[in-house]
Design a protein around this ligand. Sequence first.
Ligand code: GLN
Length: 451
Amino acid sequence: MTSTLQKLQTYLKEIDRNDKKGNEINAFLQLNPNAIQEAKEIDAKIQRLSQVRSASSKLGQSKGKLAGKIIAVKANINVQGLNASCASKTLEDYKSTYDADVIKKIKEEDGLIIGITNMDEFAAGGSGETSAFRPTKNPRNLDLIPGGSSSGSAAAVAAEFCDMALGSDTGGSVRNPASHCGVVGIKPTYSSVSRYGLIDLSMSLDQIGVFGKNVSDAALLLSIIRGKNENDSIMQDGWKMDLNAAEKIPKNITLGILDFSVDEKIQKIIDEKIMKAKEKYRWKIKKIKLNYLDLAIETYYPLVYVEFFSGTRKFDGRKYGKKIEDTAGEEVLRRILGGSEISRAEYHGRYYHKALQVKKLIEEEFKKIFKNVDCIICPTVPKLPHKIGEKISVEDMYNYDALTIPSNLAGNCAISIPAGEISGIPVGIQVICDNFAEEKMLKIANAFEKL
Ligand code: GLN
């Protein structure tokens, strides 16, 4: 069996060849300088435990569930000693002083952190281009954006730089780049994974999520990072997710098919998958309509602007890094300015408060839909990725997330899995399930993956 160290070295070679020199993908901002040492320690532990297997099992010791897995981490999640820069000049010198809860859990299960990945600055973006350092390129076509904001994490998994990766998803930042790069990405139910140690974009929408090369890898990482933690006060417990059960093809499933106009070629790929699933598994399909779907983007941005503005007040140049207004890029400044304007005008409860009301309506509409269907199936992203550097309007940029934002507003879990390609560009299919229905979502996703 390949050791953790051997595997790490293969990945590091690949990174050296394709991430830094010549045709660089720019997935990583920083590699873990202690990775080799940590890999050796994990291998030594695995060996020690296997030599004394019977004795150690009596003592309840076994190797961790992530032993041998190499994991990349988005630059807005704290890993002690590494640089959680959020791909911003504001935090370029900020060294994390502690491990986020998710990182603690990964380390406890013997997972190895290989490095910190590139992203849109402060997770405000959907293309990977707003990184203050350099844009990430799509490993499947270096001229194209990889999607964002977790651009480097998706690219690192797609480019064979690691086994799995962590990202964060406020409005699609895990699923969108997963779709464009041809990997699996999961946004878990809001409040199911601790956000302690995440530098969030929007506190009422953000959720740490995972990337994998297939559904089962992504599910494994999710199973480790999920679960209640007292450092995150909104967390909910008491829901189960059995990985073995998630491997089984479910019966009697009704797929909810969303009525929404997207790129025709993308729709064709999704339709073919749905028809195959219907034939092979004898699943039912039901057309559904979400009345508030068109309001999702308009509802999302006021919430994000205000919460981001408020969250960034701590970056005043005194405690963490530099003053954000002096250092950040255009998209970040747009949101800070917008957020401060909305907050000022909020006196009459006009914008933020209204957006919260619509969020509630969207939540209720989804709840109702999930009484009639097991999941909603739709494309992850309604259009194909643009060329890096191509000028597109702010509206067009925001529209990339038209089909991912709704599940952040409703809190649902959702997954993107590769569904096909258009001229070599990957297209993802999205499975959205009710809050805490991760196990069912994984079953359906596994079944789609097997088609
Ligand atoms: N692209 C969306 C935005 O710009 C989503 C970002 C995210 O999920 N972090 O806000």
